[in-house]
Design a protein around this ligand. Structure first.
Ligand code: ASP
Ligand code: MG
Length: 409
């Protein structure tokens, strides 16, 4: 257990240019000067990772995942070295480490590796000497010493996993937004910055496209009880803390609402109503790697049935071809596709103990003449598929109906 330990992660925008790197160094220095032991995790500068991917695409058609990880990991290596230098120039003793130097051990799943174990010895030794440790985010090493990466946005996960391994209570994630909002403030100006949100709510929001945190970082936080503080690197105000459910004082029914715009709906009607049909459909989709989200099946009639589901729009053409083959095989069934849909969702742990949320949501849509095409729910989420054109209106409506603009004290 290290006294006064703090883990801070700075995203790509926060270290996007020399001046920002110097600003980050000044912030780290202020914590160091106040007696904190600081571990810093950084992402690659600005758009570096994207640029490296484009570069690889220009050079080669065949890009083995191992070599992609070797390439992408260089981005973070640049930022850790520069940040360490900036700290030295501020009179702060600092040392940078790659994932493999720390020994962030992962599985062998290149480009989407999972952290299995973190050796804390190197870091603890440096921290105990009063040295600031700067660790490359997003990367690890497998058992055979190959460099691996954790998936896009994975530096958050590096940071929270390090905080867990080192026994830190809180992990600060510095980013280019002020924290987590009740909805996207660009779409709904009344959106409010939340002080606290539970891990499960954050996970639902992340899966619904509110891309503030890498999902796996929230899973780590939940499992090891690390509070994740999402805050801006451009000022000193507090942001949003992701905490265990019992610490959320705001007992709201709904905490946040989201809108997803990048999906399509496929309906298969008059398909056979017998065992193995759904399995066949989703096996075909899994084979092409399509990302299926909502699934609705009705009860069969006259030995025929209907299955509808949503997939990412980018996968729709491939899905259509594959499913047409399947319908041909069966000799029955029709496919209809709605290319542009919107998925509007409400999320909140309050739903566990309160009824009537779904009714409130459906009523609000009914009053505005918004037709609901599909519905899916979890313990803490209700999602509706509606026509794309009504998406933003529905989002604003839900924000208002659930009174999310009201500040809670
Ligand atoms: N640099 C990596 C990316 O752009 C990791 C991260 O930013 O968290 O995905
Ligand atoms: Mg990032």
């Amino acid at each position: 257990m290290i006294e006064n330990l703090i883990v801070q992660k700075f995203g790509g925008t926060s270290v996007g240019d020399p001046e920002r790197i110097r600003n980050v160094a000044a912030r780290i220095k202020s914590y160091h000067d106040r007696g904190h032991k600081v571990v810093v995790v950084v992402s690659a500068m600005g758009k570096t990772t994207n640029n490296l991917i484009s570069l690889a695409t220009e050079v080669a058609d065949i890009r083995p995942k191992r070599e992609m990880d070797m390439l992408l990991a260089t981005g973070e290596q640049v930022s850790i070295a520069l940040l360490a230098m900036a700290l030295h120039s501020n009179g702060v003793d600092a040392i940078s480490f790659t994932g493999s130097q720390v020994k962030i051990l992962t599985d062998k799943n290149f480009s989407n590796a999972r952290i299995e174990k973190i050796d804390t010895k190197v870091l603890e030794n440096a921290l105990n000497r009063g040295t600031v440790c700067i660790v490359a985010g997003f990367q690890g090493v497998d058992i055979e010493d190959n460099i691996t990466t954790l998936g896009r946005g994975g530096s958050d996960t590096s940071a929270v996993a390090l905080a867990a391994a080192l026994g830190a209570k809180e992990c600060e994630i510095y980013t280019d937004v002020d924290g987590v909002y009740t909805t996207d403030p660009n779409k709904v100006p009344e959106a409010r910055l939340m002080q606290k949100i539970s891990y499960d709510e954050m996970l639902e929001l992340a899966s619904l496209g509110a891309g503030v945190l890498h999902s796996r970082s929230v899973e780590f936080g939940k499992k090891y009880n690390v509070i994740i503080h999402v805050r801006s690197s451009f000022h000193y105000s507090e942001g949003t803390r992701v905490v265990p459910e019992e610490q959320v004082m705001e007992k709201l029914l709904v905490t946040g609402v989201t809108l997803k715009n990048d999906e399509s709906r496929i309906s298969l009607t008059d398909i056979p109503d017998r065992p193995g049909i759904a399995a066949a459909v989703f096996e075909v989709l899994a084979k092409i790697g399509a990302n299926v989200d909502m699934i609705v099946q009705s009860t069969g009639q006259n030995k025929l049935n209907t299955i509808s589901f949503s997939v990412l729009r980018k996968d729709i053409d491939e899905c259509e071809i594959a499913l047409n083959l399947l319908l041909k095989e069966w000799g029955t069934g029709l496919m209809s596709i709605e290319k542009e849909i919107a998925i509007v969702s409400a999320v909140g742990v309050g739903m566990k103990s309160h009824g009537g949320i779904a009714a409130k949501m459906f009523n609000a849509f009914a009053n505005e003449g918004i037709n609901i095409e599909m519905i899916s729910t979890s313990e803490i989420k209700i999602s509706c598929v509606i026509e794309k054109a009504a998406g933003e209106k529905a989002l604003k409506l839900l924000h208002k109906v659930f009174e999310l603009e009201k500040s809670v004290t």
